[in-house]
Ligand binder design. Structure first.
Ligand SMILES: Cc1cc2nc3c(=O)[nH]c(=O)nc-3n(C[C@H](O)[C@H](O)[C@H](O)COP(=O)(O)OP(=O)(O)OC[C@H]3O[C@@H](n4cnc5c(N)ncnc54)[C@H](O)[C@@H]3O)c2cc1C
Length: 449
């Protein structure tokens, strides 16, 4: 924690900036959506910044970075604060640097389909600006309306679009970053695709983004579909068949019957209490999707244009919004994230059989390392840490990779291994370890000089 003396000096220097130093707003801007995890809630509930600085421009960021370095005060960047793992919660107090007011689009190349924008741009807002030009973001979390571009790159992992474009960290999904370093004289670096790798999904532990460059996808009049299936086996087989076909599908989720029955209704649809696939698909794919559904004994019970987005969106029943909708009814629900092996059916059966009636299944289809896979959201009422550990162990024994949704560090919430690029970037851009301390395990574990 920074000393009172260094904080007092820092506050004097920051006095001309937009600051929050007390009150409920300070508490609110020190937190994110970690309440999905009872373990993280207990750990993070009382964490609070000493001051939140709302940066308006790159110069503000450089000024704050230099001042934090001078006084040895931790700095934690923040976008919209929708992360689930306490990514932007300052474990050691200090400054939370809120970049959500930095919302300029710096450059759109309408021929190549490449966008450079400031980190605070909200993703849906960007899509609203891109749509008239025939372009769209490739990937977006289900928090499309609220999440910021910088926060998604630093804290997100995947989302709608991941069936076509893979996971956020796959090479090609991030083309460039403008980054401010945390040094005595902060540098403003322009990093290309290769140099960005160590900052992608690093929770803002190794540089503050002041601009982000991403490739775009041609805009489509995506259609939202609900396909009602007779049982889980049919639904999963149909999902696999659809994602192995030549159909353009931006999102494909499976919700079991109990989950479907608990989701808020899409307009005009009585939500079926049956296993369902939720799809976001290109208009040209619809006829074939319907035919394949009917051939497998399923039926399409809902179709709507995704654009313009209004009311409850299909994606707000998918990804971690499924968990959110469930928790709105019963806050005892939480989740664990699993990359499931093929074939998926026996794994779901084995886990469900071990804890009868406890687990509910929501699956998302993604492209991982070039091939379609299921990511499983196992949803359950919290039954203590021991049972969570047993679930994780059982899942690993069955060949699942656990992305632990109850962990604080970049590594433990991801593949579980230290990424040398991320640690090297921290050594280069935050040599004193002041950025978002406690979140990069590879930095904490490195041998001390
Ligand atoms: C209901 C719900 C559904 C969700 N669905 C998805 C999903 O589908 N896919 C997914 O990946 N995530 C999902 N999330 C998690 C989260 O919404 C996304 O990861 C989102 O993109 C985070 O953006 P944010 O602006 O809120 O970032 P924040 O939470 O503010 O920050 C995230 C991380 O980015 C860092 N950061 C923020 N701005 C900067 C910057 N300028 N420079 C450097 N670092 C920065 C922060 O320090 C923090 O570590 C979901 C969360 C909820 C609550």
């Amino acid at each position: 924690m920074p000393s009172a003396a260094s904080l007092a000096l820092l506050l004097q220097e920051l006095d001309h900036l937009d600051l929050v130093t007390a009150g409920p707003q300070l508490q609110q801007l020190s937190q994110d959506q970690f309440s999905f995890s009872p373990l993280l809630s207990a750990r993070l509930h009382d964490c609070r910044a000493d001051v939140v600085v709302r940066a308006r421009c790159r110069e503000d960021v450089v000024f704050v970075a230099a001042a934090c370095h001078r006084h040895g005060v931790p700095l934690t960047p923040r976008g919209s604060g929708t992360g689930n793992y306490g990514q932007c919660v300052p474990l050691k107090g200090g400054v939370v640097l809120d970049t959500s007011a930095m919302t300029a689009v710096r450059h759109l190349d309408p021929v190549a389909g490449v966008l450079t924008a400031e980190p605070g741009c909200r993703l849906l807002e960007l899509d609203r600006q891109l749509q008239p030009q025939g372009w769209a973001l490739r990937l977006a979390p289900s928090t499309w309306r609220t999440a910021s571009l910088g926060g998604f790159i630093a804290g997100g992992s995947s989302g709608v679009g991941s069936l076509r474009w893979g996971l956020l960290r796959d090479p090609g999904n991030l083309l460039g970053l403008e980054v401010v370093t945390l040094e005595a004289q902060p540098q403003v670096l322009q990093l290309g695709p290769e140099a960005c790798r160590g900052l992608n999904h690093a929770y803002g532990t190794n540089g503050v983004f002041t601009a982000v460059t991403v490739p775009l996808a041609p805009w489509q009049n995506w259609q939202e579909l609900v396909i009602c299936c007779p049982n889980q086996v049919t639904a999963l087989a149909l999902g696999e068949q659809l994602s192995a076909s030549a159909l353009e599908i931006d999102g494909l989720a499976y919700l079991d019957a109990e989950l479907m029955g608990r989701m808020p209704p899409l307009p005009g649809l009585e939500m079926p209490s049956a296993p369902c696939l939720l799809l976001i698909a290109a208009p040209a794919a619809l006829a074939v999707i319907r035919e394949l559904a009917v051939a497998s004994g399923a039926r399409c019970c809902f179709q709507r244009d995704q654009w313009p987005p209004s009311g409850l969106l299909m994606r707000e029943l998918c990804w971690n919004h499924t968990t959110l909708q469930l928790r709105l009814q019963d806050p005892a629900f939480t989740y664990q994230l699993l990359l499931l092996p093929d074939p998926v059916g026996p794994v779901l059966e084995a886990l469900s059989a071990r804890w009868p009636g406890w687990l509910h299944w929501h699956l998302e289809r993604v492209r991982q390392a070039g091939r379609p896979r299921w990511v499983g959201f196992a949803l359950f009422r919290w039954a203590g840490e021991q049972q969570l550990l047993e679930l994780m162990a059982a899942a690993r024994e069955l060949g699942c990779l656990v992305f632990n949704a109850h962990a604080l560090t970049v590594e433990d919430g991801g593949l579980g291994v230290v990424d040398a690029d991320q640690v090297a970037a921290k050594r280069a851009y935050d040599p004193d370890g002041l950025m978002n301390p406690g979140k990069l395990r590879g930095w904490l574990e490195q041998p001390q000089a």
